[in-house]
Design a protein around this ligand. Structure first.
Ligand SMILES: CC(C)(COP(=O)(O)OP(=O)(O)OC[C@H]1O[C@@H](n2cnc3c(N)ncnc32)[C@H](O)[C@@H]1OP(=O)(O)O)[C@@H](O)C(=O)NCCC(=O)NCCS
Length: 124
């Protein structure tokens, strides 16, 4: 399962102007906010969560809220994520992958989720 999302970095800048310190808390947990040192990184994180929800096929929803997706950085600064246990179990997920890029005012994220339970019929 694959998901992609594009976010304009200025959207984060404006969100911060409007909501101050609470802006990032609308979609990031405190540990994630600590990692999002720039608006570009925060925009990448926003795109990442939307991309993950698209890979699941459900979008950000009652089934999959922003806090059901947790973002991290490894020792080499590569992003990765985990999901709430109910999502891992519902989709029998076996592996997760995430890539983020930003340039020229935009951030893009691509998420790949592997599982043993298909979300749709594969034959015709
Ligand atoms: C990691 C690298 C590919 C990022 O590419 P980039 O064009 O600089 O930047 P992008 O906007 O495409 O990507 C940035 C995002 O990549 C992700 N990223 C960073 N390090 C990563 C890694 N080791 N593996 C995977 N993804 C990584 C992060 O999400 C980062 O976003 P952030 O800065 O907001 O945390 C690049 O920095 C690199 O190869 N560095 C090592 C080589 C190098 O520094 N060469 C310079 C001298 S030639």
């Amino acid at each position: 399962m694959i998901g992609i999302d594009l976010v304009e970095i200025e959207r984060i800048t404006k969100l911060k102007e409007r909501f101050g310190d609470k802006a990032l808390a609308k979609f990031l947990a405190p540990d994630e906010i600590a990692l999002a040192k720039s608006d570009a990184t925060a925009a990448g994180f926003y795109a990442a969560k939307e991309a993950v929800s698209k890979a699941l096929g459900i979008g950000i929803s009652a089934q999959c809220g922003f806090m059901d997706i947790k973002l991290y950085k490894d020792a080499k600064n590569a992003p990765y994520f985990t999901l709430s246990r109910h999502l891992i179990e519902a989709y029998a997920i076996t592996d997760l992958a995430l890539s983020i890029t930003h340039d020229n005012g935009f951030a893009i994220a691509v998420a790949v989720i592997e599982g043993t339970k298909s979300t749709r019929q594969l034959w015709h």
